[in-house]
Structure formats: structure tokens, C-alpha cells
Design a protein around this ligand. Sequence first.
Ligand SMILES: Cc1cc2nc3c(=O)[nH]c(=O)nc-3n(C[C@H](O)[C@H](O)[C@H](O)COP(=O)(O)OP(=O)(O)OC[C@H]3O[C@@H](n4cnc5c(N)ncnc54)[C@H](O)[C@@H]3O)c2cc1C
Length: 522
Amino acid sequence: MAIQNVREIPVLIVGGSLVGMSTALLLGHHGVRALAVEHHRGTAIHPRAAQITQRTMEVFRTVGIEQIIRRKSEQQFVQDGAIMAVETLAGKELAWFISNLNEGIRDVSPTERVFISQSLLEPLLKAKAEELGAELRFGTDMVSFEQDATGVTAVLRHRDTGETETIRASYMVAADGAHSRVRGQLGIGMRGRGAFSNSVTIYFRANVEPLLRGRNLSVIYVSNATLRGFLRFEKPFDSGFLAINALGDPKNPITDVSTGLTEERCLEWIRVALGDNDIPVTVDNVMPWKAEADVADRFREGRVFLAGDSAHVMPPNGGFGGNTGVQDAHNLAWKLALVLSGSTGEGLLSSYESERRPVGEFTAEQAYSRYVTRTAPYLGTEGIQAVANDLDVEVGYCYGDPNGVHENPRESRGRPGTRAPHVWLDEREGVSTLDRYGRHFVVLTGSVDKGWTEGASAIAQAFGIPVNVHTLDKAALCDAHGISSSGALLIRPDGFVGWRTKAAVKDPAAELSAAMNAALRR
Ligand SMILES: Cc1cc2nc3c(=O)[nH]c(=O)nc-3n(C[C@H](O)[C@H](O)[C@H](O)COP(=O)(O)OP(=O)(O)OC[C@H]3O[C@@H](n4cnc5c(N)ncnc54)[C@H](O)[C@@H]3O)c2cc1C
């Protein structure tokens, strides 16, 4: 391919949905200009993902959009709802998995789990990404690409005008979804449970408020002799969707739901799920999708990275898919920024796959376990992972930790490889320790500075990378981070602990330098 008259850009992102947009936003936050191209002519029209975890909200808090997301979410959903199961909405309750989305978890984070659908969230991400310098092009396809030792050359085509443009990017992020063509072209396979249902989501209108009977329900699993799936409703409870994974005999169901669909069948299923034959219902839209749990064999090929559904697909049970994708973007953005600025070498980028792939694998399995136990017992529970605590999956995922890929975030207490814990620095003002992280490395010291401030300046100078220092001035804060008053931690820009010493060391600059080398994979 001749490289002439091409536009150069540091990062090209293929796909401008939840994960592509988050990648553009987080790169912008780190001062990297990105171009995201999206086939659709605008942000998401279907609600899809709605359960946003505390960890994802922490990421959004870092870039200053937590509050606007929370305000917007109130317009759409009553927050703090339950996740439960029924035979029909009007009928028998079968199980309560979570009775209140935020009960018992508020202590681990300065923020909360939020329900807001992609259709409302994506415009907020878009506005902030553009404010931070990202270029987002809708109605544009990335039609072909090639990579060589120094970059990726890609051809873009505008869908309406047919005009094409060649882009030369240092790196490309494929956030192009479950059917990723970039992944296909790179010859990267998927491994896992495979596809287990041709599911559908039926978007419909019906006044369901009387059937809710005052219950605040975020996700309602439906399980009866006709169908298995889940319901979700938006304020003012006159619209929502029914996702159906299986039909008929629960022991031997039909899992190809999307073939031969008619409006009549959709209406019939909605009425069965609601348990009410008389309620007026109109179908707005039907979206087919595959329920599957698979992870890409590799998350990187040369200068191309897979993120989001292109890297891992999982059933929606647990609400993990989109969140895991945002966390991919969060892991990758600061690394790309440091490498692009020349502050460190390519080695840092290899940690993207070694850190994110095990988490993707674990999370997809957890979603599968929830799918089997809540929706599809006929698949059999033999060989599936035990359902872990949702909080451990959402916030307690770990990187390179010999103890495993997840734990209760209350127990990590500053251990390297885990997310640095949240502790209020000023609870009245709502200032968390997490508010100190997000852009640069931070040396977090105990109250007795045994040369840590000097050591931090020394490594900042030696590495040419800004390093902030923050002192934990109370014993309880030190304790929450597993250090004595003379210890210290090196926190990465993504808020993960890179290194820790519980007490003072002889040569802080030398120790910090070694820790920084390791964190940068030098
Ligand atoms: C019913 C349902 C409920 C769900 N609920 C939740 C939930 O509560 N919480 C959660 O975290 N997850 C949930 N998920 C999963 C979540 O929707 C996905 O994980 C998430 O949308 C993945 O985002 P993505 O950006 O990686 O991929 P996608 O949303 O699939 O976006 C990929 C984008 O790339 C574009 N694209 C592809 N190829 C090209 C190209 N060559 N050029 C230009 N553009 C291209 C596509 O147009 C598309 O918009 C749910 C899923 C479903 C089906």
C-alpha cells in the first residue's frame, strides 16, 4: 500500500460504541489525540448495557463525569433496584439475587453502582471525549488495514458519501465488538464455552407499573414453561425490554430464539413474561444476539490491541461485559500515552494482555456461571466456576497476583497487583484516596517521610515521568494500605498498586527506581 497523502494520528480506534468511546475519552485524559470511527451514524440507539459497576464509575470519576452520569441515570431508572427472578412479573417470585444494588458495598468506593443505559451514557462519554481532544467520526467504516514495524495504515470510508481516506496511526485499538473483523483479519481465535443461544432482545411498550406492585426491580429474570430470559424497565415504567435465551421445556429447551420471529410471537412472549394477557403491548424493535462466553487467544498483535467485546464476549448475566471493556480501555490508555510520549519502551504494552486476558477469562466464566444457574440449568453445573461475589468480580480483579485474579477488595489492603483501596481523606467534602490517582504515578507514603519525597523526585527526574507524592497522615490510613507510618507504595496511573514496602528502606530512591522499572516493564 502506497503511503502518500495520509493523515497521521497517534491512535486509531475502530468502533465508537461503549468501549471505543471510553478508549477515546481515556486517551484524551492522558493527552493522546485519538480518532474513533463508528459504522453507525450516531451513539447507541438500543439501551443494552445499563449496570455500571463501582469500578467503572471510579474510572468515570477520574475524568470528571461521575456526577453528570449519576444525575442522568436518575432520569432513566430508579436506582438501587433489585436483581431477582420470577415465574412471571405478575406471578410467583422465585429468587432474590441482590435485593438492593448498592446495599453493603458503599464502604469500598467513593461512588456507587449506577443503572444507566448505553443510549444515555454514550452521549455523555462522547461530549467529554471531544472536550479532551478526541475526534469521533460516525457513519464511517474502517474498511481495511495493514501494519508494519512503525505503524498501522488504515482506509476509512464514509458511508453516505463513499469518500475514502487513508490514516496512518502509531497504534490501533479494535473496539469493534463481538464479531470483530479486525480480530478475524489478525487470525486471532476465540476460546471458551462457545455460543449457547441465539437470543433476542425485544424492546416494547406497555404500562407495567401495576405489575411491579411498588417493587424496585433493576433486572428481573423470567423462568417458566414458555421462556427463559430477563426483563428490564425504564421510568416511567411504560417501556423496557425482554431478552429471551431459551424457549419451551426447561430441561430440553429451544435455544434458537431468533429464527422465524414474528411480531405475534414477540407479543405472545411479552405477555407470558408479564403474566398478563390484557395489558396493551406494542413491539418497538427486536435485536438478535448470541449468548456466548469466549475470550480471544491474544489481545494484541503487533500494533493492534483488542478491547471490549472484540477481546471477550460473555452473556449479560451479572452485567459485566461492557464494564470489563471499559476497564480494558483504562488499563491500556495510560500505557499507550507513556509509550507514545517516548517516556518508556514498547515493553509496557505487553502487560496489557498479560493483565487483562486473565481478568477477561475469569469474568466471562463468572457470567457463564450466572447464565447456567439463573437461566439455563440444562447446560449443567459440572465444571463451572462457583459464582463469586459480584463485588469481587467488579472491583476486586487483580493483575499478576499469585493469589488469583479476584478477591474481596476489602482484603487487598494495598497489596501489589490490586486496586489501591478507597479511604476517605475528607468524607464531608467527598474526597477519596482514589481522587489522588488517575493521571500520573503516585508515591503514597506513610506519615513519617523516610526519604520518600526525595526518592520520588529522583525517579521523576531519572525517568522523565511526573511522579506525585501523597502522604497518609493517619495511622488508620497507613493500615488500610498495609504499611507502617514509614512505609510507601507506588501507585500506577490506573490506581493499581505497582509496589509496596511496609516499612522504611535504606535507599528509597534505589527501591523506587527498581519499582518504576518493573512497573514500566523495562
Ligand atoms: C441485552 C443486553 C444487556 C446487557 N447488559 C449489560 C450490562 O448491564 N452491563 C454491562 O457491562 N454489559 C452489558 N451488556 C454487554 C454490553 O452491551 C457489551 O459488552 C458492550 O456493548 C460492548 O461494547 P463494545 O464497544 O466492546 O462493542 P459494541 O457495543 O458491539 O460496539 C462495537 C462497535 O464497533 C462498530 N464497528 C465494528 N466494525 C467497525 C468498522 N470496521 N468500522 C467502524 N465501526 C465498526 C460497530 O458499529 C459497533 O457500534 C449487555 C448486552 C446485552 C445484549
